[in-house]
Design a protein around this ligand. Sequence first.
Ligand SMILES: CC1=C(CCC(=O)O)c2cc3nc(cc4[nH]c(cc5[nH]c(cc1n2)c(C)c5CCC(=O)O)c(CCC(=O)O)c4C)C(CCC(=O)O)=C3C
Ligand SMILES: [Fe+2]
Length: 379
Amino acid sequence: MKYHGRVDVSPYDALLFVSFGGPEKPDDVVPFLENVTRGRGIPRERLVEVGQHYFDRGGKSPINDQNRAFLAALRSDLAASGVDLPVYWGNRNWDPYLSDAVAQMRADGVERAAVFATSAYSSYSSCRQYRENLFEACERSGAVEDAPVLDKLRHYYNHPGFVEPVVDGVLASIADLPEAERDGARILFVTHSIPTAMNEAAGPDGGAYVAQHLDVADVIAQRVAAERGVTHEWDLVYCSRSGAPHIPWLEPDVNDHLEELAAKAPEDGGGSAVVMCPVGFVSDHMEVVYDLDTEAMATAEKLGIQARRSPTAGEAPRFVAAVRDLVVERAAVERGEATERAVVGSRGPGPDRCPAGCCFNQRSQLPTLAGADSPQYSE
Ligand SMILES: CC1=C(CCC(=O)O)c2cc3nc(cc4[nH]c(cc5[nH]c(cc1n2)c(C)c5CCC(=O)O)c(CCC(=O)O)c4C)C(CCC(=O)O)=C3C
Ligand SMILES: [Fe+2]
């Protein structure tokens, strides 16, 4: 879509970009992990292991530089499209912190902001916890009632601007395999494992985390098939399992799944080539560079499987433009105007305001913003 002149994004006077955060140097690693895992019952050994992944890479996560690049691209896209909105950046777990961003917004007189989170799917960890953190950030700088109203944009896992760069990435990774392996390559869609109970409570009706991934994986596989004229088998697999061993998390783990594929004959769905598509992640952050590029790649090599890892949406211009479109769409909705909603797959666009109890977590029960029961929405 081409915009002419200034685009009406009222009632918004800002855009708030929220991300996970990550360490920038070795001294940050332990306090960062403490921020992430406070009160979450993560075993000591797991923390030492994950800490080592950061130390092995100079104590620096790639996520902050990726967010800086995304923000630069987003600001240029907004300016070039006639969308006049300041963009603020706040992380849940590391500097620049979300509470500082919200305090700055208050100081600057921001009254209402659209909120984009670098997390595309529904679940406690990937949505509701962000909404709890929005509440907490507002509360820290004064009364929640007179903080800027924060409208979290709808989930975008099924927005074409998120999906299209991922499809192109899978196609490029298939093309990068040896020619004889391409047509038989299996696509492994990879996402972050979460406790099975967290998936059961995900979304308004439960099960949304897995259902959303399956839906978008099917779209991507169909588009790849249409483009190549070859149908590729695919599976949804998981990485980054954490927590106590007796608590069930989503399976199969990507490494176990590779072992299983290697043990099967080709006619039983075994295979000698895979493309790992990290569809659950928005940028090539630590889960991608460690769990996939380092660990799963080593597993594949050991098993004699040809593997490629396809890129995340990252700062692809279509994804950046999708953020702008979501803001323009939501602004129209909040003004009470009819608007088109770009969407792919079979689930339709998600709700603008998460219903009360959406992605509920028995163990947390903290107040949230941006849901139908938000104290900011009691007009
Ligand atoms: C669903 C999901 C996403 C995707 C959605 C989203 O992006 O939000 C995600 C992203 C990320 N997770 C990240 C890092 C970590 N996650 C941890 C722990 C956990 N993640 C969980 C879930 C998710 N996590 C869960 C259920 C836990 C257990 C503890 C708890 O119940 O909260 C731990 C502690 C160690 C461990 O337990 O493994 C770390 C260090 C980083 C930063 C990467 C970087 O630095 O580049 C990113 C983007
Ligand atoms: Fe995580």
